[in-house]
Write a protein that binds this ligand. Structure first.
Ligand code: PCA
Length: 224
């Protein structure tokens, strides 16, 4: 099956939905989408990975994500995005109910201090086992950290929106979701990580997320 399929036949095998974004802010590549594509079709502990691209656009990104969740009924959804300037895979802990864009999105919109969902809760925690994922990525030899903010641009919008739709029961029972930011690729800026290392790290993170229904206790101080 090709990536990005909205109307797949119902699958016996539970799905892991793995999304990446298109390039934004004048860039030509977005490693988040390259990583998702590289892992499309992988089997992990009885699950199949389905990769899909989200547009770097407020609103449209969430409409697309909602269609994907409806079509694939993923047991686990991991959204990836690029955060230039970070030097490690950043497992996001929290999405907040705010859009506050420093640059325009890919449709030219630049919302300032608007809610993702008016009347929604202030924030949602990721429901993925972030510390178990952190340990797995570090054991795979890839730099990784827990991040306390996904920013206020489209990535935070998607993390908040994902958790909101799961909270509303749009996914299958017990569906979990979360977000990982990735650094630049070589040639995009410094610091950067090679694509193969990022793919290995996300592969390890997904395995850990699938295998650990609950998180492990790992001191934040032990995460660097
Ligand atoms: N990064 C942006 C949006 C798309 C992406 O890959 C962000 O961090 O919000």
């Amino acid at each position: 099956m090709a990536p990005d399929t909205l109307h797949s036949a119902p699958q016996a095998r539970p799905t892991i939905l793995l999304t990446g974004f298109d390039p934004f802010g004048g860039g030509t590549h977005n490693p988040s989408w390259l990583i998702a594509q590289a892992l499309h079709g992988q089997r992990m502990a009885g699950h199949s990975v389905v990769a899909a691209q989200l547009p770097t656009v407020f609103g449209q990104s969430l409409q697309r994500l909602q269609s994907l969740v409806q079509a694939h009924q993923p047991a686990l959804t991991l959204c990836l995005g690029m955060a230039g300037g970070r030097d490690a895979l950043s497992i996001e802990r929290i999405g907040i109910n705010i859009n506050d864009a420093r640059i325009p999105d890919n449709m030219g919109a630049q919302p300032i201090d608007t809610p993702v969902h008016a009347g929604g809760p202030t924030a949602y925690f990721s429901s993925l086992p972030i510390k178990a994922m952190l340990r797995a990525v570090q054991r795979a030899g890839v730099p990784c950290e827990v991040s306390q903010t996904a920013g206020t641009f489209v990535c935070n919008h998607v993390l908040y929106g994902l958790m909101h739709l799961l909270a509303q029961g749009r996914g299958p029972k017990g569906a979990r979701g979360g977000f990982v930011h990735v650094p630049w690729l070589s040639g995009q800026g410094e610091p950067h990580l090679p694509l193969r290392d990022m793919v290995r790290g996300i592969h390890a993170a997904l395995w850990a997320a699938v295998l650990a229904p609950q998180d492990i206790a790992l001191q934040a101080g032990a995460t660097h």
